[in-house]
Design a protein around this ligand. Sequence first.
Ligand code: NAD
Length: 504
Amino acid sequence: MSTTATEITDIKHFINGQPTAGSGTATQPVYNPATGEITGQLHLASPEDLAQTVAAAHAAADSWGEVSIVKRTKVMFRFQQLLTEHTDDLARLVTSEHGKVLSDAAGEVARGIEVVEYAAGISQSLKGEYSDQVSTGIDVFSFRQPLGVVAGITPFNFPVMVPLWMAPVAIATGNAFILKPSERDPSAALLIAELFKQAGLPDGVFQVLHGGKETVDGLLSHPDVDGISFVGSTPIAKYVHETATKYGKRVQALGGAKNHAVIMPDADMEQAADHINAAAFGSAGQRCMAISVAVAVGEAADILVDKLAERARGVNVSHGFDEKADMGPVITPASKTRLQKIVGEAEQAGAALILDGRDLVVKNHENGFFVGPTILDRVNREMSAYTEEIFGPVLVVLRVDSLDEAIDVVNANPYGNGTAIFTSSGSHARNYTRRIHVGMVGVNVPLPVPVAWHSFGGWKNSLFGEHHIYGPDGVRFYTRGKAVTQRWPEPAQLSTASYSFPSN
Ligand code: NAD
């Protein structure tokens, strides 16, 4: 699966334990965003491929759900080891197709491995509950069983981590899992499939099916798919949630974000500027938890903007394999154009363009989709730079007078994925964390992505559905509860059957 300028990789599905081009004739190019070159041709699934994949998953789910927990978790232990050994291979695939710098790609693999480690301990989460003698001679126990077949539809920005937010928990709880990865960077999904197989996972339990809307629609409406985990942009998350719900499926659909960091005047400004800069421009701002809005309170603003600009000017933008690179390209030329347009509109509407990365060119990578760090100050809430999810290396600064005003601004925003407050006051921090309508909150931590044994999820337009992803919510999502009321009467016991509703 190597990708050089001259070699174009044939990117296949992974159906029932085998890589296959499937029966479809449609393909789609995959690019290296740092060079603008086509590096792969992706096979898109036909309806027959989809039917075959779901049928294999359905058959595999029946037997996999019967495999003992101990054997299921043994696969996770081996898979964890293989992922660790192949971290560099996975990271290279991510950097080649996504563009993020290699160390960042390795970081996403590491965060994904944490979920596998959680899944290796799934026995703790599946212990169930038991009530003895709820009535004379009657006990009740409850436990959870797998849904059956679940599909995961994932975004381009974390081609390893997001699939690993889903599949290990789904599989360890006894389900078969179909991954429909992003068409933009699909290769890492195939290595994950190979590693699951090497770890001893039976064929059909983890499969990869490539495609776009048509394939997604096929999964959302298929009667043998029981659950859908989606991560991507808000309009598609909403659509996936509505459609799969209509077809009677359990759905969790994580959407887009506009993450605010509130900076109080009492914050350690050096620390705040360091962290906000890294959280805004790391991975070229293409993280669902990236800080894209700095809400500067009172006199924090001037100091903060100066310090942010100083740091952002020092960000080294280059291709992801450059060891000195801090940040790589954005994903597509369309992404770059959209970003340039939004920054231009903000400037015209009166925002102060403190740093302009729109026309950045990286030497020897003139055809890459690069945009440099960009900072817009004095942005208001009507500008598209504020209302839209930019998803690129653009940080907007809003100025407010008080913590109360900052809280009102964040709570009025339709997204509610992540947020952070920078302060040295415990009282401000507590006030903020309690009153803010956002699912994940950091206190002097800019990217508060929960560890694997907590769950990840936003509020409002950042999540459609009941359940957050991975951790305890992931276990609940991929399983259904069952409560058993049992009696084992002694032969000599009098029957207590009654026409009245039984009471204790
Ligand atoms: P996207 O919504 O364009 O695509 C996500 C998935 O949906 C892909 O697999 C894609 O093939 C599929 N898809 C696209 N259009 C579709 C359609 N019309 N019908 C059915 N399926 C369709 O998202 P993206 O650009 O790949 O990823 C970036 C977005 O994902 C950003 O909005 C980002 O905030 C969000 N994201 C959110 C989280 C989170 O945890 N909330 C995490 C990562 C990314």
